[in-house]
Ligand binder design. Structure first.
Ligand code: GLC
Length: 559
C-alpha cells in the first residue's frame, strides 16, 4: 500500500450554483436492505413494519432520503431482484397499506423515499414469463423475452456464447410438459431472472405503468437496477469478450450491455418523472446503477434529459491511497459535471464487501484483515466523501462501522453468485447480515425469532446502535455529527472544490477546500502537522488533537 502525495494540481472544478438546485443534487441517501434492517413480525427476516419503527433513527442520523431495495412479491432467488409482481408488496415484507404508511411517516419526518426498480429482467414467476413458457416458439408471449433455438445437434447448445454475470451460460433451456427439451431463454443473471426484450414496445409501456403506480403512491424516485442493461444487440451475436462477464463480474460484452438504444428509455422515464414534477412541484429523482467502467460513458447516462444521477462506483473501487483518491475524485467531477449533473459518491452497498474490510485488506471467505485499521480508514473516507460536491449514498450498517462478515459458514450462504460459480466467488451475503440494534447476544434486537435469516457474528455485541449511542467517539456518533455539519454548512454543499497545492501538503495527505472549509485526509501511518492557522471542526479519529492530524484520519477545518 502506498501513500504517495497527490499530483501537483491547480484544478478548479466549478459546479453550477446550487442555491435553487433540487434536493437530490446534494442529498445523502441511505440504502435500506429491507430483509436485513429490522424485523417487526418475528420471522427472522426484516420487513416494512420494522423500517417504519426505525424511521426516527434515520431522521436522527441526519440523512435526507431512503432507498428501499426490492420489496415486491418475489420468490427471492436473488433476494427480491427477481420480481414476480411489480405492483404489490411481498407478504414477507408487508403490504401496500404498510408501504403507504412508510412513505407518509418518512415524509412527515422530512425523509424522501426511493423505490428500487428492476427493468432488465423479471422473475420466472412473473405472469408474462409463465405465459411465454406456455406459448409456442415465435408467439407474441415469447416475444416479450429473448427466446431462441439452441445451436448444434438437436439444439442442445445455447444460442450464443454469452456468460451470466453470476456464472455459467446466460441461457437456460425450457422443457415442455412431456419432458421434451425446447427453446432457450436469456438470463443475464440467475436462470430465475429472465431478461425482458426491450425491443418489444409492450415492455416500455408496461414500465411506464409501473413507474406511475409507485409515483402515485407517493415515492420520490427510483434507483434503477442494471440501468446499462435492458437493450441487447439485434440478432444476439456471439461476442469475443463475452467470457469476461463471468470472470470479472463486470459487463464487458458490448452486445449485451451499454447499448445506445438504452438512452431512449432513460429519456422516456425522465419525461415521465418531469411530468409529475411539473404537476405538483416536487422534484423526483432517477438514480441509475451503471456498471460501466469508463466514467465518461457513465456520464452519458446523466445528460440533462436522461437520469438525474448514477452511482460513481470507481470511487468505491479505489484503494486506500491519497494519489488514487485524488485522481478518482478528479475523474468523477470532470466527467459528470461536464454532463451537467452532479456526482453520486458511494463507498458501500449490498453488492460489495464493506469498506471497513476492503481498507483492512480482508476479503469475504478469507481473512478479516486488520479491522481496527479498516474502521479508522472507513471513518476517514466518510468525512472525505461527505466533503465532496454532489450527493452521497450510504448503505445500512456503515454508520455502525460494520465490517464484512467474512466467515459465514458455507451452509448459510444464499447468494446465487456463490452457488452459480460453484463456490469460486464467495458472493455478497457477508455485507447483508442483519443489523445489530442492541444487546450482547444474537439477534441483537433485530428480530424476536431465535435467529436472523443469516447468522450474526459474536462481535456484533460491540457494534449495537443503542450502545454506540452512549459512546461519544462511536462511529454512529461520528456519522451523526458529520451529517449535521454537512447540512448546516452551506460551503459543504454549494460551489466547487479547490485542491491544495502539493508543496504545502505533507506526503500521503489529500487536501481540498470547499469555500471556507478545508478537508484533509491523512492516508499515511504517522501523524502529520495540522494545517497552519486552521481550526478543527471535526475529526474522524477518536483521539483528535489541535496541532497534529492523527494517522489514517480525515478532518474538517475552518480556515
Ligand atoms: C444489481 C443488484 C444486485 C442484483 C443484480 C441483478 O446489480 O444491485 O443485487 O443481484 O442487479 O438484479
Amino acid at each position: 500500500m502506498t501513500t504517495t502525495a497527490p499530483h501537483a494540481v491547480t484544478t478548479r472544478l466549478s459546479l453550477p450554483s446550487t442555491r435553487q438546485d433540487p434536493w437530490w443534487r446534494t442529498a445523502v441517501v441511505y440504502q435500506i436492505y429491507v430483509r436485513s434492517f429490522h424485523d417487526s413480525t418475528g420471522t427472522g427476516t426484516g420487513d416494512l413494519g420494522g423500517l417504519l419503527q426505525r424511521l426516527p433513527y434515520l431522521r436522527r442520523l441526519g440523512v435526507d432520503a431512503i432507498w428501499l431495495s426490492p420489496f415486491y412479491p418475489s420468490p427471492q432467488y436473488d433476494h427480491g431482484y427477481d420480481i414476480a409482481d411489480y405492483h404489490d408488496v411481498d407478504p414477507r415484507f408487508g403490504d401496500l397499506d404498510m408501504m403507504s404508511r412508510v412513505i407518509a411517516r418518512a415524509h412527515a419526518l422530512g425523509l424522501r423515499v426511493l423505490a428500487d426498480i428492476v427493468p432488465n429482467h423479471c422473475s420466472i414467476e412473473h405472469p408474462w414469463f409463465k405465459a411465454a413458457l406456455a406459448g409456442a416458439p415465435g408467439s407474441p408471449e415469447r416475444a416479450l423475452f429473448h427466446f431462441a433455438d439452441g445451436r448444434g445437434p438437436e439444439g442442445a447448445e445455447p444460442p450464443n456464447n454469452w456468460r451470466s454475470i453470476f456464472g455459467g451460460s446466460s441461457w437456460a433451456r425450457t422443457t415442455a410438459d412431456d419432458g421434451t427439451p425446447g427453446q432457450w431463454y436469456l438470463h443475464s443473471f440467475a436462470p430465475e431472472q429472465a431478461d425482458f426484450n426491450w425491443a418489444d414496445p409492450r415492455v416500455g409501456d408496461y414500465f411506464d405503468s409501473v413507474l406511475r403506480f409507485w409515483l402515485d403512491l407517493g415515492v420520490d424516485g427510483f434507483r434503477i437496477d442494471v440501468a446499462h442493461g435492458l437493450h441487447k444487440q439485434q440478432g444476439l451475436p456471439d461476442d469475443p469478450h463475452a467470457a469476461l462477464d463471468e470472470i470479472t463480474g463486470d459487463p464487458v460484452n458490448s452486445a449485451a450491455w451499454n447499448r445506445p438504444e438504452v438512452h431512449d428509455v432513460w429519456r422516456r422515464w425522465r419525461a415521465l418523472t418531469d411530468e409529475y414534477e411539473r404537476r405538483d412541484g416536487r422534484a423526483r429523482v432517477l438514480v441509475g446503477e451503471i456498471g460501466v467502467l469508463n466514467p465518461r460513458q457513465v456520464a452519458l447516462y446523466q445528460r440533462p434529459d436522461e437520469l438525474h444521477q448514477s452511482f460513481f462506483f470507481e470511487f468505491l473501487r479505489t484503494e486506500w491511497d491519497s494519489a488514487a483518491f485524488h485522481d478518482v475524485i478528479c475523474r468523477g467531477l470532470e466527467a459528470v459535471t461536464a454532463a451537467g449533473s452532479a456526482v453520486s459518491w458511494v463507498l458501500n452497498n449490498h453488492d460489495m464487501p464493506r469498506a471497513v474490510t476492503r481498507y483492512a485488506g480482508g476479503e469475504p471467505g478469507g481473512q478479516p484483515g486488520d479491522t481496527a485499521l479498516g474502521e479508522r480508514r472507513a471513518r476517514a473516507a466518510l468525512l472525505m466523501m461527505l466533503a465532496l460536491p454532489g450527493s452521497v449514498y450510504l448503505y445500512q450498517g456503515e454508520e455502525l462501522g460494520l465490517a464484512e462478515v467474512v466467515d459465514l459458514p458455507t451452509s448459510a450462504l444464499q447468494d446465487p453468485m456463490y452457488h452459480r460459480s460453484g463456490g469460486a466467488r464467495r458472493g455478497r451475503d457477508g455485507c447483508r447480515v442483519p443489523l445489530p440494534w442492541h444487546g450482547s447476544a444474537p439477534t441483537y434486537g433485530f428480530t424476536d425469532a431465535t435467529a436472523a435469516w443469516l447468522p450474526q457474528p459474536h462481535w456484533f455485541s460491540s457494534y449495537g446502535a443503542a450502545e454506540q449511542d452512549l459512546r461519544g467517539e462511536s462511529t454512529l456518533n461520528l456519522y451523526r455529527a458529520a451529517l449535521a455539519l454537512r447540512s448546516a454548512i452551506p460551503d459543504l454543499r454549494d460551489g466547487g472544490l479547490v485542491w491544495d497545492e502539493v508543496p504545502d501538503t505533507p506526503d500521503g495527505v489529500l487536501s481540498f477546500r470547499r469555500g471556507g472549509l478545508l478537508c484533509t485526509v491523512n492516508c499515511g501511518p504517522s501523524p502529520v502537522p495540522a494545517p497552519h492557522g486552521a481550526t478543527l471542526l471535526l475529526s474522524s479519529a477518536p483521539e483528535p488533537s489541535g496541532d497534529k492530524q492523527p494517522a489514517e484520519s480525515a478532518a474538517w477545518w475552518v480556515v
